[in-house]
Ligand binder design. Sequence first.
Ligand SMILES: N=c1c2ncn([C@@H]3O[C@H](COP(=O)(O)OP(=O)(O)OP(=O)(O)O)[C@@H](O)[C@H]3O)c2ncn1[C@@H]1O[C@H](COP(=O)(O)O)[C@@H](O)[C@H]1O
Length: 132
Amino acid sequence: MDTFAVIHEGTHTHGDHVPRTTLQALEQTIAQRWEVLQRPSDGSKPSWTARLLGNPELLCKKIREEVGELCQTLEANEGRERVASEMADLLYHAMVLLNLQGMEMEEVLRVLRNRFTQSGIEEKASRPPKPQ
Ligand SMILES: N=c1c2ncn([C@@H]3O[C@H](COP(=O)(O)OP(=O)(O)OP(=O)(O)O)[C@@H](O)[C@H]3O)c2ncn1[C@@H]1O[C@H](COP(=O)(O)O)[C@@H](O)[C@H]1O
């Protein structure tokens, strides 16, 4: 199955449900936390996402930490479980940043899809020269 078929497969409906992909479900949870944050405190459970949304400095600190921890899994050969865990941490924190920018993952995924037909080296070579 090619990449497009795999993406399409993920959007199939099963019964009455329109299944959401993992990233979409997480995105929705993050958006809900943002909405809760807009209301005066309603006594809901403490939320890490809400804390990050309310503190961009903390969010960026965590993202930088998670990047380092993901690289460490490679450098120290920590094994696939640690790689998956650190990659999940990074994706989640990056998605909180995306929400703060009022953006959705679809915008990012579209950029990735548009790159399918071009090599990274060709793309870089085709960029206009940077102003001195
Ligand atoms: N996917 C995540 C997720 N990944 C990581 N984290 C939290 O991110 C924090 C990272 O902090 P730390 O640096 O202390 O953790 P760490 O880097 O794993 O730890 P060390 O390696 O530094 O010891 C922890 O509190 C994790 O629980 C997450 N918190 C929330 N989510 C998702 O967001 C949903 C809503 O969560 P709340 O907003 O907390 O309700 C959850 O149900 C999840 O789906």
